[in-house]
Design a protein around this ligand. Structure first.
Ligand code: AMP
Ligand code: ZN
Ligand code: FE
Ligand code: FE
Length: 299
């Protein structure tokens, strides 16, 4: 059965490869489909779609939105979103601003700790990125010899609870789910195996999540099986992906294509997105009718 890797980042957020290079890698690995799921941005989608047509890989327009609730961070993936939707683009602009604000605060904290890095260095390292993330800061810390790996940068300085950590203003899970559904996309709970609390899963189900990412580079086989069963019990779509950021792991090879899901998941996502879009149309039509008033007057 052909395979799909439905969790991939490009250099439009904190990944390293361009959207075109991501699709090229997918074609090389004979993947039937991929989804580009950059953090809080849709900037890479047009390039990925064009590459998909050229290279014969089905490309799903996607996104990954980091949210926070009382118990910690939670990531929501959105599939078959309308990346041209004005409401979505406006909300993403706000998230982008909050990300930049946070990066500046992190740089200030690092400077206070005696680590001399500048905003210009981080921006230059971020290159074509539309949204800034901590990995961009980590890469500068490596360039300057303060740490030897991204992992070390998180563990010593910028990870949660570390001395240069700064909270970021994020959406609530419910808001991210609504944002994705509001542009006709399918919201899916990302990597539930690395959540700080399992109660998040029930919360997401209650808030309207339509799928669960059972296969992921940070899930072991038992977790993948357990999340697949959980999804089936709740009639949710099972998805999977590597979460490759374009950085070599596993014997120097990229993660892309190592954690996948059967292509039928893509068909289910598409059918569900089509239904969500129909539902949106009906709602809009209904609201318009209500606002006009005439079709609710009793004769
Ligand atoms: P941000 O979006 O700025 O909050 O940064 C989160 C991103 O940093 C994640 O999506 C990962 O790509 C990366 N990340 C988070 N924690 C770690 C870690 N401990 N080691 C390496 N990368 C990490
Ligand atoms: Zn990332
Ligand atoms: Fe994530
Ligand atoms: Fe991710």
């Amino acid at each position: 059965m052909p395979k799909a890797d439905l969790h991939l980042h490009s250099n439009r957020s904190d990944g390293v490869l361009s959207p075109y290079e991501v699709v090229t890698q997918a074609a090389k690995r004979k993947l039937a489909a991929i989804a580009l799921t950059d953090h809080d941005t849709v900037e890479g989608i047009p390039e990925a779609l064009r590459a998909g047509e050229e290279l014969g890989v089905r490309v799903v327009p996607g996104i990954e939105i980091n949210t926070s609730s009382d118990n910690g961070e939670l990531h929501i993936l959105g599939y078959y979103i309308d990346h041209t939707d004005v409401g979505l683009i406006n909300s993403l602009k706000e998230l982008k601003g909050a990300r930049m604000h946070r990066i500046l605060a992190i740089i200030e904290k690092l400077n206070g700790l005696g680590l001399d890095i500048t905003k210009e260095q981080v921006l230059s390292r971020a290159g074509k990125a539309d949204t800034m993330g901590r990995p961009h800061v980590a890469r500068v810390l490596i360039d300057k010899g303060f740490v030897s790996s991204i992992k070390e940068a998180f563990e010593r300085y910028i990870g949660h609870g570390r001395p240069a950590y700064v909270e970021r203003c994020k959406l609530m899970p419910r808001e991210a789910i609504e944002l994705i559904k509001g542009c006709g996309g399918v919201p899916v709970l990302a990597h539930p195996g690395i959540l700080s609390s399992v109660s998040f899963i029930d919360l997401c189900i209650a808030k309207g999540i339509q799928g669960i990412e059972a296969f992921h580079s940070r899930h072991d086989e038992n977790q993948a099986t357990a999340f697949t069963e959980l999804a089936r019990r709740h009639n949710l779509i099972v998805t999977g992906g590597s979460d490759c950021h374009g950085v070599s792991k596993h014997d120097g090879d990229l993660l892309i294509g190592r954690f996948t899901v059967d292509i039928r998941a893509v068909d289910r996502l598409k059918e569900t997105a089509d239904r969500n879009k129909q539902e949106l149309k009906r709602e809009k039509h209904f609201r318009r009718g209500k606002n006009d008033g005439y079709n609710h007057k009793k004769s």
